[in-house]
Write a new protein. Structure first.
Length: 281
């Protein structure tokens, strides 16, 4: 069963397949018999967190509905180099046509999940690790699923799912207080009001206007510590900006509630996975 937040996976897959197969596969047509059957294995070429197997399997069944996909490791599991994580049996031409699209999606999702797992491990339960909207256009639902698969949490999915008052909103509204008051008057009653701040004076303004969440943007560790002390229990605290694996241990120890990291999705390194044909019949 699909995760409901995966979105329209078939639409994502079909658009990707059209990029590769708009004119067909000239190499496979020339070298592979149309009725040839084959088996292929997905092999992790480095340690990785498994994520996106069902998505990769769906790529093959879009081209060959009779293809048999078998996941060999569970989603979210950490596997060693050389591990076979899935197999697929089907028409050889279809497998070859689906190969790159399946790998592109699978490698990206595994890469995100693996990166998130490292951040979550470093945070050690002291704060939530969340993503941002810095996702690849058209792939947000898959990126967000991969974040969850890696043990992280999702921030707002889109501009309609949460109030986050940022620097440009404040400039347009005129002040932090004006922006927060206006947001509270118009937002659904169950929606938290979050406001971005960059210094302690702005922290005071956000607290005075009763922000529910205060985002400490691009603050150094000393300033984060002072802001957290000032805020106390009056609002949730989020840290964002310049948080890498080297820094997250320090940030998580400062008493914050969550940290949002754009690098989880916007510049992730794809996992090293190969698709190797095992036999033909």
């Amino acid at each position: 069963m699909w995760d409901p937040e995966l979105g329209d996976v078939d639409d994502i897959i079909d658009r990707a397949l059209r990029e590769d197969l708009a004119a067909g596969d000239v190499t496979a047509r020339a070298t592979v018999a149309p009725t040839l059957l084959a088996r292929a294995e997905f092999v992790a070429k480095a340690e990785t967190v498994v994520c996106g197997l069902a998505v990769a399997g769906r790529v093959f069944t879009r081209l060959d509905p009779s293809a048999i996909w078998q996941a060999q490791r569970p989603e979210g599991s950490l596997v060693a180099k050389g591990t076979i994580i899935a197999t697929v049996d089907g028409n050889a031409r279809a497998l070859l046509g689906a190969e790159r699209t399946a790998l592109n999606l699978l490698q990206r999702m595994c890469g995100i999940a693996s990166t998130v797992r490292k951040y979550v491990t470093a945070a050690a339960g002291r704060c939530r690790v969340t993503d941002t909207r810095k996702t690849t256009p058209g792939l947000r639902s898959l990126d967000r699923y991969a974040v969850r698969c890696g043990g992280g949490h999702n921030h707002r999915n889109d501009l309609g799912s949460g109030v986050l008052i940022k620097e440009n909103h404040i400039r347009c509204a005129g002040s932090i207080a004006t922006a927060i008051v206006a947001a509270r008057a118009h937002a659904p009653h169950g929606m938290r009001i979050e406001c971005e701040v960059t210094n302690l004076d702005e922290v005071d303004q956000a607290l005075a206007a009763r922000a529910d969440v205060i985002l400490l943007d691009n603050m150094d560790d000393d300033l984060v510590a002072k802001a957290v002390q000032k805020i106390g229990s009056r609002a949730l605290t989020e840290v964002s900006g310049n948080v890498d694996l080297e820094r997250i241990d320090r940030v998580a120890s400062l008493g914050i509630d969550l940290v949002s990291v754009g690098a989880l999705t916007h510049s992730v390194r794809a996992a090293d996975i190969s698709l190797l044909f095992e036999y033909r019949s």
